[in-house]
Design a protein around this ligand. Structure first.
Ligand code: SF4
Length: 332
């Protein structure tokens, strides 16, 4: 049976903006950036869940909410049966240890004045992972785990390449023995050949250590390669979620279809039936009514303009939020 490690329910995040002079003159309330608009999903133990969408769709915001860098305006993240934003859970450092985030640019999150050995030892000390006497051996073990040479522990972050720095960031995350890793554009800044090495290392570690990974990336090919399931986000809402191979070979939501066909290398056979993604992503300051995709969707009707579609199971192809999913996929 599939065990759920984390449940995210109806997550909303709004960033209020200050009132502009014209807001004061007209008596308008200040505007609000609607960054997340009711995200719900389960993270299954041991899986890699890919999160995709155009830039600005809310995928990184979701990642930051999960590690409590942002507090949601509404909704819950349940881990071990508790909402991690409850007052008594806020002080719970165990969650910070068990759910670790890795960023695109490890250089800014690694202290430039500390050697790799000091960085790893500090992580072990802060969370009291080992007695002091055992720390050097554990540092050596961590370097081996991420395939860095032992002399790496005496070097500073700037002495490494981008790929090696990401390995240090992975080792630091693993030092505290997490259950969930949140990888936010982990390899986006690296060369393609180095990306593959880092991602394959991550997958191997996941297998060996039983990790659960939320993999946020804009590179669809990479997401397809690493993910068991994929969630497609549009304007802070999940519009489709399902098994990775099914979703990539036969996306059901019009937005997923357009997003994936904008990357033709994913499926060369599909070039003939590419769906064009028209128009710009609307501003999260001014959310469209009804289905947020209706202003760009070639299938939009009146109901789409007035009523928000719920995320519902569709055949055996996962869950889709679209009023007309049956008709749109009738001939696929
Ligand atoms: Fe398009 Fe309507 Fe489906 Fe939204 S609900 S994706 S507008 S068909």
């Amino acid at each position: 049976m599939r065990a759920t490690v984390m449940e995210i329910r109806d997550l909303y995040l709004r960033f209020p903006l200050g009132r502009s002079p014209s807001d004061f003159v007209t008596g308008r309330p200040g505007r609000v950036v609607n960054a997340l608009n009711g995200v719900s999903l389960d993270l299954i133990r041991g899986e890699t869940l890919g999160v995709v969408g155009e830039s600005g769709c809310g995928k990184s915001t979701l990642a930051r909410c999960i590690v409590r860098l942002y507090e949601p305006s509404e909704g819950e993240i349940r881990f071990d049966g508790h909402n991690v934003f409850d007052a008594e859970r806020r002080a719970d450092r165990a969650y910070n240890r068990r759910v670790q985030m890795m960023f695109q640019d490890p250089y800014s999150s690694l202290n430039p004045r500390m050697t790799t050995g000091q960085i790893l030892a500090e992580a072990l000390r802060v969370h009291e992972m080992r007695p002091e006497a055992d720390i050097p051996a554990r540092v050596a073990e961590l370097l081996e785990l991420v395939r860095l040479p032992q002399d790496a522990q005496h070097k500073l972050p700037h002495e490494f390449s981008g790929g090696q720095r990401q390995r240090i960031a992975i080792a630091r995350a693993l030092a505290v023995e997490p259950e969930v890793l949140i990888a936010d554009e982990l390899v986006s800044a690296l060369d393609v050949s180095v990306q593959a090495q880092v991602v394959n290392l991550l997958l191997e570690l996941q297998d060996n250590l039983g990790l659960t990974i939320l993999f946020v990336a804009h590179d669809l090919r990479l997401v397809r390669h690493v993910s068991n399931r994929v969630a497609v986000i549009y304007l802070g809402r999940i519009v489709e979620i399902g098994d990775s191979e099914t979703l990539f070979s036969a996306p059901s939501h019009p937005y997923s279809q357009a997003l994936l066909s904008a990357a033709p290398s994913l499926n060369p056979d599909d070039r003939g039936r590419a769906v064009k993604l028209e128009g710009e992503l609307p501003s999260p300051l001014n959310m469209p009514s009804g289905c947020p995709f209706h202003v760009r969707c070639p299938h939009a009707t009146d109901v789409c303009r007035s009523t928000l579609p719920a995320l519902n199971p569709f055949q055996d192809r996962g869950e889709v939020a679209c009023h007309h999913v049956e008709e749109i996929n009738a001939h696929v």
